[in-house]
Design a protein around this ligand. Sequence first.
Ligand SMILES: [Zn+2]
Length: 482
Amino acid sequence: MTRKPYFITTPIYYVNDVPHIGHAYTTVAADVYSRFLRARGDAAVLLVGTDEHGAKIAEAAAKAGKKPKVYVDELAQVFRTTWEKLNIQYDRFIRTTDTDHEATVRTFLQKIYDSGFITKGIYEGLYCVGHEKFMSAEELVDGKCPEHNRAPQPYKEENYFFLLSKFRKQLIEQIENEEIEIRPLERKNEILGKIHQGLQDISISRASVPWGIPMPFDPTHTIYVWIDALINYYTYGKLKGTWPADLHLVGKDILWFHAVIWPALLMAAGEAPPKKIFAHGFFTIGGSKMSKTLGNVITPQQLIDKFGVDAARYLLLSAFPFGADGDFDWARLIEKYNADLANGIGNLHARLTTLAVSHVGIVLGWDDELSEIRRFRGRYEAALEQLDFYLAIQVIQELISKGDKLMNEKRPWAVEGEAQKKELHGLLQILAAVAYFMHPFMPETSVKIWGSLGIAEINEFKKMGKAVLRVHKIENLFPRIQ
Ligand SMILES: [Zn+2]
């Protein structure tokens, strides 16, 4: 039996949002992780997509004078283009309006209904259309949703309910014993604490929202948009034989849906829950929350325009540890770009290739550097296995500093001929290793570095110690930015 590929997902984003760095953060992280696994020789698949049903979309489409489907077709394309620009190597861009997804959602809900985990009841509450969720009294400020600055609508309707409360024991067990792994650990503890307080059954249908997937056993209701959206992971996984998901990457605001409601739905449908859910933190911009109202939203396109694609990817994941909250601002980004990329790898690469270009047939050396690079590789891989992108980047930066230090000690510019060649091969080995480690983060830069050394592809890393280089000069990898 062949092992199923490692299945990674990002949240499917609500099409009505403009793609911003929050979306890009999760998606780039997922891409880096899947590239890392593939480079190691593991099969990995990455699913991305858009969430397209619900009252908020119907409202926005009506405002734009468009049919909902026409409206979402345009918006989904914006996300797809953004991920292509950011060089995201996804296996499918799923949309909740895709016919295979709609069919899977109907079968899935029917299964839960047949198993007796769905009942009818009256829902009464306050619904924020902006959030597409019910708000509790504690969440409101002066009777308004603080995030959307509008009063939620009082809502009373006959709904179908999912009997979430029946899964309390199973959820606690599986989360505690890590059949469902929740990371970081403090998030796991938060979730367990909340489940221990008790689980309420949840409304999963709407009689008043026509823009959605009809309930299979009662087409007068549509399926609540969140339930419809969560099933996207299963739609792909089931079709491709990759279920269960190995890793759901999510922002911490939607962890409850992914770590509690989603596994319970799967259990109710007789399917395996996801293996791991990792919730990352949020960006503030110069100390304030990123918001349309404040006008401080940073888009992936702005990052790409300023720094280029690879540097944009790098800057997102090197800003602060994955899982924590952190701050982002233009001045700091420019500083980081110049320090790590222009002066760091860019400078080392330029100095080394300038010296090496006159030599024919330098063989990448292992020698003394070999064991040292192996140690770096061990730390780098251990960091990425924990999704610690921040630490993995620090290890890369240490290796670059190591290269700079060795260069100053060995002074290859002060000698000539064979003596120079001998000093260079160890240094070039470090450069090639840096390019290898950077590859998941900055794929184009790695290829450029290898190209300038005459190494054709990533697999040649494994041949190190044997590869014969044909070094040539290329343009500066990262010109300084003011
Ligand atoms: Zn709201």
